[in-house]
Each structure stands twice: as C-alpha cells, then as structure tokens.
Design a protein around this ligand. Structure first.
Ligand code: PEP
Ligand code: MN
Length: 344
C-alpha cells in the first residue's frame, strides 16, 4: 500500500502515520516527492483493516498495490489449479462440459436430458433443484425430490452432478447429492452463504454476479477459499449492460483477465450469457478459443415445454452438433499447441 500525504502535511502528521503502520507490525518507508511525501507500507496490509488510514490528519489518499484477495490470486499461487472431481479434471487442459436442463422438472425429463448430455460426451449433468427465480410465482424447483433424481441420473449415466445451492440450510442436502455445488449469480455476494459453502467439503462453482466486477468476483472466491475450500471454479455467465438484444452481455474478456489474475479454472456459460439458443454455439466456440477450461450449457429434451429458460436451451440435435464442433476445436488447439493464455 502507498499512502499519499497532502502537500501541507506536517512532520507530526507523517510521524503519526508511521506510528500507526509500525504498531500494526508493518514497515513504513517515507519517500520525498517534489511536492508531497509518500509513505510506502511494506507487509500484509490486511493487518491495517481496522485503521482508517485515509482519515488520519495530513493524508490525501491511499492506494492498494497488491490484491485484497490472496488465496485466489496468481501472485501467491503461480501454478494453475486443477480440480479433480472423481477423476474428471477441471483446469487440466482438456475442456469439461456441464450440460442439462435449467431446472429438474420431473424424473422423466431429467433422465431424458441426461441421456442426451451423456451421448454428447459431457462429463457433468446440471439441473437446478432450487431455482432462484425473479418472480415468486415462477417454478421454484423440486428441491429434495429434484436432488434425488439428479443422484439417480448419476447412477444411470455415470455423469457427475452439479446443482445450485441457494440457502445455508440447503448446503447439507445439496452437498450430499451433488459432486459440485453451484453458487448462482444472484448469490455471488451472499457472504454468509459463501462462508458456509466453503466448509461443506465439496468443490464449489461460483458464477459471476449480474453486475460484479472481476475484482468483486475474485474476492467472493476468496471467501469460499478462506473458509476452507481451495477447489473453486469460476463461471462467467454474462453481466448487465445497456444491451437489450441479449439477456446478458457475455464478457469473454473475463476469461483472459481471470487467467492473468487467478490460478483458478474458469468456465463459460453461453446459455445465461446470451439468453438465446442460436448464440450458444458461436459463444461456446469463442470460449474454447479464448482458453476457457470448460462450458456450462442448458439442454432440454423439449425446450418449447421447459418450465424455465427454454429459449436458451439446446435441443438434442443442436447440442450434439455443438459438442462435435467443440471437441474438434479443442483437439485442434491441443494438436497445434495453440494456447491462448499469455502468462508472462
Ligand atoms: C443457473 O445456472 O441455473 C442459473 C440460475 O444461472 P445464473 O445464476 O448464472 O443466473
Ligand atoms: Mn437457467
């Protein structure tokens, strides 16, 4: 951290700032500028959280140099994190695919979707049993019954399960039935939920909030990691902008930004990212080309009859076609050694 003193700051003001820093166990280095003095703080600035540096007499402003997130940062963990979910590696260079309906609607619907998902070669079946819907009158999910169908679908197909948890009380049942717990966009900054989900012992996929900056998103990941769970997968699912043609604006640049800032794997969700099934394939290809570690997509046996998000769900035919292309693209990139991630 660097503290910029006001031009009229007195020697007493500077001595006071130095004292505050040193009494927090940190080192203070005073630098003389032409107009102003600057105080450099050396050491872990989290030790200063309870001190309002900017409120001390003579202080103009303070600027953080290192990131407020540490566990999630590449600065402190240069190697990519590879998450092993029962033998499926996320972040290991081969893109993973999580596909399935927006919501678990019935046993039949889920099993039909699972067979399609399996046939396309995805590793994970997705499906919400607890749905965070904008309207309280919309379908809210089958809850425990939905979780049981997901577990049955895993038995039938061998697919791993990812499903959303929306409340602290829901963590134990979701962790019992699911291989990865999903924190949805609307809960990205539900810090109480993040702290608890980090204690459940299973990997967590953290979707980017509707209007979250990358810094806020990585700090949210830090909450989960700080609570004890190092296996966090980030998911870019589009953010709110002034554009209305698409449901959200899929921020593909987040893949490159996150790869630079963090060692955590990042996957892209072009279904929620666009809201339009026709845009899923081009955005899925773009995500793989950009270096994403995987994809999350909505697939429904009959999107026209879906209880939620039918317009952004792929039919069997479109899903199989997309998966064929994604596999070829990923294989081509591997064979040609085309790694888009620039780390140095
Ligand atoms: C979902 O994946 O089912 C979902 C609700 O997505 P998001 O949290 O990104 O809106
Ligand atoms: Mn959905």
């Amino acid at each position: 951290m660097v503290i910029i003193m006001r031009p009229e700051a007195t020697l007493e003001n500077i001595a006071e700032v130095k004292k505050v820093i040193e009494s927090a166990g940190l080192e203070a280095k005073i630098m003389e500028g032409a107009q102003q003095k600057i105080v450099g703080v050396i050491g872990d600035k989290t030790k200063l959280v309870s001190v309002a540096i900017d409120a001390l007499p003579g202080v103009e402003s303070s600027v953080a140099i290192s990131k407020s997130y540490k566990l999630a940062s590449r600065e402190f963990h240069p190697q990519n994190t590879v998450i092993d979910v029962g033998g499926v590696k996320i972040g290991g260079g081969v893109p993973v695919v999580m596909a399935g309906p927006c919501a678990v609607e019935s046993r039949e619907q889920l099993f039909e979707a699972a067979d399609i998902v399996k046939a396309g070669g995805a590793q994970f079946l997705r499906g919400g049993a607890y749905k965070p819907r904008t309207s309280p009158y919309s379908f809210q999910g089958l809850e425990i019954e939905g979780l049981k169908y997901l577990a049955e679908a895993r038995e039938r197909t061998g697919l791993k399960i990812i499903t959303e948890v929306t409340t602290v009380e829901g963590i134990a049942p979701v962790a019992e039935y699911s291989d990865i717990l999903q924190i949805g966009a609307r809960n990205m900054q539900n810090f109480g939920l993040l702290k608890e989900v980090g204690k459940c012992g299973k990997p967590v996929m953290l979707k980017r909030g509707l209007a979250a900056t990358i810094d806020e998103w990585l700090n949210a990941a830090e909450y989960i990691m700080n609570a004890g769970m190092p296996d966090v997968i980030l998911c870019e699912r589009g953010i709110r902008t002034y554009e209305t043609y698409t449901r959200n604006t899929l921020d593909m640049s987040a893949v490159a930004a996150v790869k630079h800032l963090s060692h955590l794997p990042i996957i892209v969700d072009p279904s929620h990212g666009t809201g339009k099934w026709r845009m899923i394939k081009p955005m899925a290809f773009a995500a793989i080309a950009a270096g994403a570690d995987g994809l999350m997509m909505e697939v429904h046996p009959n999107p026209a009859k879906a209880l939620s998000d039918g317009s952004q769900s792929l039919t069997k035919e479109h899903y199989l076609d997309l998966m064929n292309g994604v596999k070829k693209l990923a294989e081509f990139m591997r064979a040609e050694n085309l790694n888009p991630i620039v780390l140095d």
